[in-house]
Design a binder for this molecule. Structure first.
Ligand SMILES: Nc1ncnc2c1ncn2[C@@H]1O[C@H](COP(=O)(O)OP(=O)(O)O)[C@@H](O)[C@H]1O
Ligand SMILES: [Mg+2]
Length: 255
């Protein structure tokens, strides 16, 4: 049975698609999870990353490694057809990640979110977002209550991203969210250029790609911490031992 999650919030530009991009590849290659990403976002940024950014690298990789595969599947998908994908017995994934548009109006987003085992809300610590993010999480709290009553497992968590170390707003955001009794991850992603260069082919834990994308030990540590907290909180299988980092060991064919 696949676990279904979504990175969702009430506005655009808060890092939902980036979280999916940064985490999906390492979860597949380093943690051995079978993953599908359903891109239901207007910008189709994940589909475009695969079709535009990764396609050339993949073709080049295939020249030296004809059996190379993308580490996970990406589907352009419609919000109102989420259950068609989830209920299809042929879709045998450990984890399905839904990238949704950044809005809270309209039932289609919330219907899609009710299909999730967990909704993860990017927490960006600027004042303007704080109240509306908390409002969005309070709506998720209501969904959770309804799910609890129906004995359906539904979780939601805040996940800090675009974090700037030592900035007081970060602590204030944590205290604000904790003060509202809303749950959040202990791990987080910093505000880093490397995350804007995430690929659907290579993981930022792949040393060659990390070098190319400007990744550092900090980015690797951050990504690993978030991956492991996600696996633990969702009860996903941890196949690190068996994960054959097939794609990631091959030298990246970036020119
Ligand atoms: N952790 C991060 N560090 C640096 N830039 C980020 C980070 N997360 C997102 N961004 C940048 O913020 C912008 C919006 O991110 P995006 O993932 O497209 O947001 P959303 O999907 O919520 O609309 C993009 O330019 C992206 O590169
Ligand atoms: Mg997006």
């Amino acid at each position: 049975m696949s676990k279904v999650i979504s990175f969702a919030t009430q506005k655009g530009g808060s890092g939902k698609s980036t979280l999916a991009l940064v985490l999906a590849a390492p979860l597949a290659t380093e943690y051995g999870l079978r993953i599908a990403v359903l891109d239901c976002d207007y910008q189709q940024s994940i589909v475009k990353t695969r079709e535009q950014v990764d396609a050339a690298n993949f073709a080049r990789l295939r020249e030296t490694n004809p059996d190379a595969q993308y580490p996970y599947d990406v589907y352009p998908w419609q919000l109102n057809r989420i259950f068609d994908f989830i209920d299809n017995p042929e879709h045998n994934y450990d984890l399905i990640i839904i990238d949704v548009p950044g809005r809270a109006d309209g039932d289609d987003v919330f219907n899609a979110l009710t299909a999730c085992d967990a909704v993860i809300v990017p927490l960006v610590s600027d004042y303007l977002d704080r109240a509306s993010t908390a409002e969005f999480m309070t709506i998720l709290e209501a969904i959770k209550k309804a799910a609890d009553d129906a004995q359906i497992d539904f979780q939601y968590y805040g996940l800090p991203t675009k974090r700037v170390a030592g900035q007081r707003e970060e602590k204030e955001m944590d205290d604000y969210i904790d003060g509202l009794g809303l749950s959040r991850f202990n791990s987080y992603l910093g505000h880093r250029k490397a995350y804007t260069r995430a690929s659907t082919l290579y993981s930022l834990l792949n040393p060659a790609w990390a070098r190319y994308a400007g990744g550092t030990k900090d980015t690797s540590d951050e990504i690993r911490r978030v991956c492991e907290e996600l696996i633990e909180r969702l009860g996903l299988p941890d196949r690190r031992a068996t994960a054959v980092a097939s794609v990631s060991t091959a030298s990246t064919s970036t020119k």
